[in-house]
Structure formats: structure tokens, C-alpha cells
Design a protein around this ligand. Structure first.
Ligand code: GDP
Ligand code: IMO
Ligand code: MG
Length: 425
């Protein structure tokens, strides 16, 4: 299968890093198509744990080319630090390719992200404060500065002067902050140009050539479907398109190129930041999910909110992404519980919802309708074949397949590469 999109089917942190790493063994290219260093993708290889925020997980394999495509926003300082971290730890990132069209996260984006959140008060989104929203805002208002501008100091400075005049008004007059200095920013950013230059290319062409020559290409989504700017729980979303459509626009390829869309879903569900979350558990069970599941943000260290699997949301995700398979992760964490609840619908003011409610107000106030399934209460982290799973775990997996209509091709039973059961590919 030459081209596969791997994306988050929930609110992020589903285990996309691990899944991409598992698939990347046989991939020629792994492409990040949206987002920036708001993402935190964890890869565990034996005793080593890598947290990647920008560089695609394929970097771990020398034969695989990691690509950061034009739909991404790049904080160059963070990217260079990630390159240095990998080099230091014996991973060679020299094959990395970066789109010249990707947008830069600038210092005023980070600043605005932080102050805008403060001003929102109780309405805050709980962003990662990495400047993601303001960087995409500038991209869409055509005030963005791109990677390619770093290689033309005059153009870079001209663009910066125009946009910074605007930002400084906003910072000083609206948000009561000190203005930022163009010279200082230009000096810092232009100093990154030389180190970045060898990586920069036309990534859309690179991906097209790989697909044309039947190479194996993986598209690694960041965040998740319910954080999508169009299809997520707006405004409590990120500012890009993690859904399958975003893989196309963010990489510069067409839909015919894609063979598979694999949705990564946790066997329960988590969310970082604010926003509606029907199956959220604020009891002991939720606490166990956080502690046993290690549900703390890879990037910000924030505690993730946890709850039972939500099949209304997962069916929605299957639909908006045309999922061909689900990769179910962290089912080992459910070994803790005697019985398992799975939300199959919501109820609100006497009405039953089997699809995500059109009005988000309903999503805030609804009560999940659960079906109860038996737990298995045994360690499954060493299991490698579906048939060897306890029958209750098999039943749980089959229940999800039946209710979503999407086959579960793989099941992950632990953070490591080899802790995967393959059912089909
Ligand atoms: P991503 O953002 O989707 O890549 O996910 P994160 O890396 O932020 O969070 C997933 C966490 O779960 C990481 O710490 C992974 O190492 C871990 N993980 C992934 N799959 C499994 C699994 O099947 N079982 C367990 N116990 N941990 C897993
Ligand atoms: P990965 O790729 C989970 C959340 C933030 C916040 C909202 C907007 O590791 O799954 P942003 O900084 O993007 O403007 O924040 O989106 N968020 C994530 N939640 N996993 C992520 O990435 C996330 N990236 C952003 O917590 O609610
Ligand atoms: Mg993450």
C-alpha cells in the first residue's frame, strides 16, 4: 500500500507517534502535514523514549525520509533544537526535508498566544502557548512569513516590518504589552537560515515523485479529528486541519494518491485543554486512567482529562476521515477495570443523539448513554496474537468494530514498538 494517512481519531494523544513509528519501518517517506510544536509524539524503543514535536516519527529509521510539509507551522528555534537533540542521541536527522512554503512561528505569535489566552479568562482554550493559532491566523490573512523568506534577508525584513507594526499596535494598545523589536527578531531569525537551508525543498514535488514511483508514503497527523478547525469542537480546537482532507492540502497532493486512512484511537479517551467532553470521568476511574495510562502532556506536562471510549465521536471520526481501519491503542490500560463502559449515544433534555449534536451547547450538557462490557482484569501487555487475548478483550474490540463499521487492523498493548497485534494490513 503506497500511501497511508495516520491520524488522530479523538482529541489527540492517541498514540500516533508510536503507530507511525511502527508503520515507518516499511516506509520511504513520513510526512507531517499540519500543526507545529504543539504536538508531542512519543516513541519508545527499548529503554529509550523520544518525544518529537515537529520532526515526523520516520526519522528513527535511516532509510526513511522525514518530511515537514507546507501545511505545518515551524518555530525554527524549536526545530533546530529537535535536530540537535536527535543528533546527540545517535539518530541521524540529515535526511529531513522541509517545505519552503511552511510558515514560521514568530516571537509575536507566541506572545499573542499567551496574552490572548489570559484575556479570554474563563473562555480560555487552554492552548499550548506555542503560537500556533496566531501563526495560522497570519497565514490566512496573508501576513505570514514563510521558510523561504529566511533566505532573502531584504524580503524577510520588509515583511517583518509591515506585520510587526500591526502586531505592536495590538500588543501595546489592546493587550497592554511592550512592543517587540524588528531588528532583534530579524537578527535572530536570519541566523537560523544557514542551518535550515540544507533541509529546505519543494516537498509537494518530493512526495509526488515518491507516490509516482510506488514508494511507501505515510502521512502523520498531529492533534486529532475533534481538534480540527472545521470539524472539531470549535472554538476549543487547534488552528489547522488534522483530518484526512488536511493531509491532502497540507502536503500538496490529490485524493487519488491515498490508499488507506488509519484512525488511531485510544481504547478510552483523553483531552487536554478546555472544551466539551461528554464521557469525562472526574472519579476514581478517571484518576486511574490518568495515573496508569500516564496521561500527562508530552509538550506541556499538563494532566489530560480522561473518560470512557466515546463511540458517537469515533463514528463521527470514521465518517469525516473516511477511515479504512482503526489502530486501537492503550487497551492494556483497561485491564485495571472490572467492567467497561462505552458511550453509544448521548441524551439531552429527553432527546437521544446517536450523531454528534449539531449544536455544541447540547454536547456540553448531554449525558452519555453507556453500554457495559465485561473487563478482563489480566495483564495483556505480552500478548501478540488476537486469539491469545482474553475473550472479554476480543469482545471489546469486536464491539467497537461492529458499532463503528470500521475494521480494527491493529491493537496496541503497550508503548513499545513490538507491543502490537496485527489483525490485517
Ligand atoms: P500522540 O500525540 O498521539 O503521538 O500520543 P502521545 O505520545 O502524546 O501519547 C501517547 C502515550 O501513550 C505515549 O506516552 C506513548 O508511549 C503511550 N502509548 C502508546 N501506545 C500505547 C499502548 O498501547 N499502551 C500503553 N500503555 N501506552 C501506549
Ligand atoms: P498531539 O499531536 C492533545 C490542544 C490544546 C488546546 C487546543 C489548542 O500530541 O496529539 P493549540 O496550542 O494547538 O492552539 O491548542 O488543542 N492540543 C492538543 N491536545 N494533543 C495534541 O497534539 C495537541 N495539540 C494541541 O491542548 O486544547
Ligand atoms: Mg501527543
Amino acid at each position: 500500500m503506497p500511501a497511508t494517512i495516520v491520524l488522530g481519531a479523538q482529541w489527540g494523544d492517541e498514540g500516533k507517534g508510536k503507530v507511525t513509528d511502527v508503520f515507518a519501518e516499511n516506509a520511504d517517506l513520513v510526512v507531517r502535514y499540519q500543526g507545529g510544536n504543539n504536538a508531542g509524539h512519543t516513541i519508545v524503543i527499548g529503554a529509550e523514549r523520544f518525544a518529537l514535536s515537529l520532526i515526523p516519527s520516520g526519522v528513527m529509521y535511516p532509510a526513511c525520509t522525514p518530511v515537514i510539509a507546507s501545511g505545518c507551522v515551524i518555530d525554527p528555534k524549536v526545530l533546530l533544537a529537535e535536530i540537535a537533540m536527535l543528533t546527540e542521541r545517535g539518530v541521524d536527522p540529515s535526511g529531513l526535508r522541509i517545505s519552503s512554503n511552511a510558515h514560521l512561528i514568530m516571537p509575536y505569535h507566541r506572545k499573542l498566544d499567551a496574552v490572548m489566552e489570559r484575556y479570554l479568562g474563563r473562555q480560555m482554550i487552554g492552548t499550548t502557548k506555542k503560537g500556533i493559532g496566531p501563526a495560522y491566523t497570519d497565514k490566512y490573512s496573508r501576513q505570514g512569513i514563510r521558510i523561504q523568506d529566511l533566505f532573502d534577508p531584504k524580503i524577510f525584513r520588509d515583511k517583518l516590518d509591515v506585520v510587526l507594526a500591526d502586531k505592536n499596535k495590538l500588543l501595546t494598545r489592546v493587550y497592554n504589552q511592550l512592543p517587540m523589536d524588528a531588528e532583534e527578531i530579524a537578527t535572530e531569525y536570519l541566523s537560523y537560515a544557514e542551518a535550515l537551508l540544507p533541509f529546505v525543498t519543494d516537498t509537494s514535488l518530493l512526495i509526488w515523485e515518491a507516490i509516482e514511483t510506488k514508494q511507501t508514503v505515510l502521512f502523520e497527523g498531529a492533534q486529532g479529528t475533534l481538534l480540527d478547525i472545521d470539524h472539531g469542537t470549535y472554538p476549543f480546537v487547534t488552528s489547522s486541519s488534522p483530518t484526512a482532507g488536511g493531509a491532502l492540502t497540507g502536503s500538496g497532493i490529490g485524493p487519488k494518491a491515498i490508499d488507506r486512512v488509519v484512525g488511531v484511537a485510544k481504547a478510552y479517551i483523553s483531552r487536554v485543554g478546555t472544551g466539551p467532553f461528554p464521557t469525562e470521568l472526574s472519579d476514581e476511574i478517571g484518576e486511574t486512567m490518568v495515573t496508569v495510562g500516564g496521561e500527562f502532556g508530552t509538550v506541556t506536562g499538563r494532566r489530560r482529562r480522561c473518560g470512557w471510549l466515546d463511540l458517537v465521536a469515533l463514528r463521527y471520526s470514521a465518517r469525516v476521515n473516511s477511515l479504512t481501519q482503526i489502530f486501537l491503542t492503550k487497551i492494556d490500560i483497561l485491564s485495571e477495570f472490572d467492567t467497561l463502559q462505552v458511550a453509544v449515544a448521548y441524551s439531552s433534555l429527553g432527546e437521544t443523539y446517536t450523531e454528534l449534536p449539531r449544536q455544541q451547547r447540547v454536547l456540553y450538557n448531554c449525558t452519555p448513554i453507556y453500554e457495559e462490557l465485561p473487563g478482563w482484569k489480566s495483564d495483556i501487555t505480552g500478548v501478540r496474537r488476537f486469539a491469545d487475548l482474553p475473550k472479554e478483550a476480543q469482545q471489546y474490540i469486536e464491539f467497537i468494530e461492529e458499532r463503528t463499521g470500521v475494521p480494527i487492523g491493529w491493537v496496541s498493548v503497550g508503548p513499545e514498538r513490538q507491543q502490537v497485534l496485527t489483525r490485517s494490513s
